[in-house]
Design a protein around this ligand. Structure first.
Ligand code: C5P
Length: 310
């Protein structure tokens, strides 16, 4: 299987709910940076992780892919094969704790893989329900494309958009941010009456950005670039001030738009064409404002079997 990283083209965050999560409205967008996930029958559940940042991925039952396996087993009362263990092998290309939902991608891939392996026959909408129990972003990693997420991100509606491909440059940071800490920092900034940073919205209630949706419908990358927004950005910048330089450098180098991805610290830049993305990637890595860069395109499909080589 392979499963894509996600960006949030809009992330509007409301106040904390009674369950600790934040109500939000977000526009998810899947991009061509994939983790590879294999599932094989085994005596007991286990996971092996290699690749980018593998040493920072939990290897035990806390691993999101194994939590997905357990959640699917509970939902698939029936096939005897589901009673057996599964060995999940993950090759990471999506950096860990980078705001790109890499763990959610692995969980989504594990759901699709075990559904196939066990012949569970769960429909995609049932899988999306199971996904929501594993994490807020897991359902979107199943769906892919561009989609609006509501609730805590798990209530999904595919965005009707033309087949425009957008060209992005990702700037990976030297460091990580914890998602709960970034949400907590946002609550603190708001409590201190500091919704003054660029892109900060009042904490209630989050709403879909009509300008972004209209830009996506028109397929106009310039308009999309201007409409990108992330309420978590001021919080991520307060915890990781060096990201300000990264964002400024990308805009100075001609990006159509720039923002922190999700809870960060990855910075995302929209380019007008594949060539402009290449120029931007080369210049950004030369500017010394990030650990490394990647060029990706979106939207791409959600977690799916890798087609065999022709
Ligand atoms: O759902 P998931 O486990 O991916 O979320 C990780 C953490 O991010 C949550 O424990 C919570 O602290 C924060 N979060 C939030 N509101 C959301 C999604 C995530 O506060 N809508």
């Amino acid at each position: 299987m392979r499963a894509p990283a996600k960006l949030n083209l809009q992330l509007a965050v409301g106040p904390p709910r009674a369950d600790g999560y934040h109500g939000l409205v977000t526009v998810f967008h899947a991009v061509s940076l994939f983790d590879e996930v294999t599932a094989e029958p085994a005596r007991r559940d286990a996971v092996t992780v290699s690749g980018e940042g593998a040493d920072r991925v939990p290897a035990g039952r806390d691993n999101l892919a194994l939590r997905a396996v357990a959640a699917l087993r509970r939902a698939t009362a029936g096939p005897a094969s589901a009673a057996a263990g599964v060995h999940i092998t993950i090759v990471k290309r999506i950096p860990v704790a980078a705001g790109l939902a890499g763990g959610s991608a692995d969980a989504a891939a594990a759901l699709v893989a075990c559904n196939e392996l066990w012949g569970g026959g769960l429909s995609q909408s049932r899988l999306v329900e199971v996904a929501a129990r594993v994490g807020s972003d897991v359902g979107f990693a199943l769906l892919g494309g561009t989609a609006v997420g509501r609730g805590r991100g798990e209530r999904l509606t595919p965005a009707l958009a033309p087949a425009t491909q957008y060209h992005w440059v990702l700037a990976f940071a030297d460091g990580q941010l914890s998602t709960p800490e970034v949400y907590a920092a946002l609550d603190q900034l708001r409590a201190a009456g500091r919704p003054a940073g660029a892109g900060t919205r009042p904490p209630a209630p989050p709403a879909l950005d009509a300008a972004l949706m209209s830009a996506l419908r028109s397929g106009d990358a310039r308009m999309v670039g201007r409409a990108l927004s992330n309420d978590l950005q001021p919080a991520a910048l307060s915890l990781f001030p060096a990201l300000r330089k990264t964002l400024a450098a990308g805009l100075e180098l001609g990006a159509l738009g720039a923002l922190v991805s999700g809870s960060g610290p990855t910075c995302v830049f929209l380019a007008a064409s594949p060539d402009r993305a290449l120029d931007l990637a080369v210049s950004l890595s030369g500017a010394g404002v990030c650990r490394s860069v990647a060029r990706v395109a979106g939207p791409v499909p959600g977690a799916a079997v890798i087609p065999p080589p022709k």
